[in-house]
Design a protein around this ligand. Sequence first.
Ligand code: PTJ
Length: 230
Amino acid sequence: MANMVEEGIVAPTGLIAHGRGEAFDYLLGERTTDNGRRAEMVAVATLLNGNRPVISVNGNTAALCAKDVVELAEAVKARIEVNLFHRTEERVQRVCAFIEEAGAKEALGRNADALLPGISSDRARCTKEGIYSADVVLVPLEDGDRAEALVKFGKKVIAIDLNPLSRTAKAAHITIVNEVTRSLPAMTAMVPELRRNGDKRLALINAFDNQQNLHEAMEIMRANLSSMQS
Ligand code: PTJ
């Protein structure tokens, strides 16, 4: 990640965000829980049921798992859009090129021609073709303001966030409390079965309650902390 800062892919504060993630992953037990796996299945079902799914990519996600993003996007037929919190035109170019080098036909984001309502800064910038007109948006490692704005704008928001207490985790419709590099390949592997089974997709979506999901994730962390003490 430090090298990726030098390459201009990761923002300097991306290292702090990464450390936050590592701390929560330690509490989670550095593994995929049944709770995380269920949220991943619901997320895949939702992406497959979407008409215009988009995967939003920032510097951290690109640095950690560009290839995994490309593979999931191909499997669920989603567009990829680079959407940066610390936005500069140069970083957008770099991260788009990085994702394309990892195999994406096209990473949207260079020609941001729309604004996400409810965000006042440059961070509102997105593309009409991508996030602006998406119905489902997967946001790995998203900041709270934008996650809330996406929900208010009517998007079905899927977050991947190791912190079940974050504003993003709470605002999203589906929050996968798991490490992004464990999550994305597992999600891609779920696609063939869920693509064939529309009833299963609906049943998964209808049975899911994100508040309950986040409560379970916190309980897992609490139990892990208790067992570390004894
Ligand atoms: O590249 P940019 O300019 O778009 O900036 C990206 C960052 C990540 C710096 C920016 O979006 C940011 O500051 O995000 P936050 O508010 O720190 O939110 C990131 C969330 O992701 C935090 O709740 C972290 O706990 C979580 N997180 C960090 N690393 C991982 C993670 N979740 C899953 N897997 C990880 N590897």
